[in-house]
Write a protein that binds this ligand. Structure first.
Ligand SMILES: Cc1cc2nc3c(=O)[nH]c(=O)nc-3n(C[C@H](O)[C@H](O)[C@H](O)COP(=O)(O)O)c2cc1C
Length: 199
């Protein structure tokens, strides 16, 4: 049993980093392995839209994307943490997500899975943070993540969304958010262990 954790912020040890780290601790404390990826430290080019992936569903750009894609395919759950940047995911996260178009091509064009099928599957978790407090702050990201998880045969199982956090250490003023992330990590591990991800 394994969980893939993807850190999407350019800022080291910022709010989403700290939340995901607590989440990961929760997963590990339940005895489930976690493989972590820090997108800011990886070489992942944006999608070039050349559709080299049409041949066999593998992206033809040779970079670190494949390290994560291979790991995700062996994982029982995927967790992504991203700050809100202009009501969207960070550029690091978006570049990574766009490269997953190759997996979308594999699923829907090569394997011909009917649209709307295959969404059940492994649990996907979103952790996100924004500075402001608007009602629609996470709408764009939630939509993106639903379709991102779909192409991985995952579904949005939980979203931990926190408003009003801007400075790098702001999250430290909210130990209750970090506690919630830790508890959710433990819960995810139990779900993965019991194979209830598709519930
Ligand atoms: C390029 C950029 C765009 C941002 N856009 C938004 C935004 O649209 N809405 C918002 O509430 N906060 C926005 N923020 C603030 C970040 O979401 C906020 O600082 C967050 O806590 C950063 O998380 P991190 O510490 O994990 O990187 C933006 C920050 C940057 C640097």
């Amino acid at each position: 049993m394994k969980v893939t954790a993807i850190y999407g912020s350019p800022r080291k040890d910022g709010n989403t980093d700290r939340l995901l780290k607590r989440f990961v601790e929760g997963v590990r404390d339940e005895g489930v392995e976690v493989v972590e990826f820090f997108l800011r430290d990886m070489n992942i080019a944006p999608c070039r839209e050349i559709y080299g992936c049409k041949r066999n569903g593998r992206c033809v750009i040779d970079d670190d994307f494949h390290v994560i894609a291979d790991e995700m395919s062996k994982s029982d759950a995927i967790v992504v943490a991203t700050p809100v940047f202009f009501y969207a995911v960070s550029a690091h996260t978006k570049a990574f997500i766009d490269r997953c178009q190759s997996l979308w091509v594999k699923k829907y064009w090569i394997n011909k899975v009917p649209f709307g099928k295959g969404e059940t599957g492994k649990p996907g978790v979103l952790i996100s943070v924004g500075a402001t407090r608007g009602k629609k702050l996470f709408d764009g990201i939630l939509l993106t993540m639903r379709y991102f998880f779909d192409c991985l045969d995952a579904k949005l199982w939980a979203a931990l969304l926190y408003r009003g956090l801007d400075g790098k250490d702001d999250i430290l003023n909210h130990p209750e958010y970090l506690d919630e992330a830790y508890a959710k990590g433990r819960e995810l591990a139990r779900v993965v262990r019991e194979g209830k991800g598709a519930a």
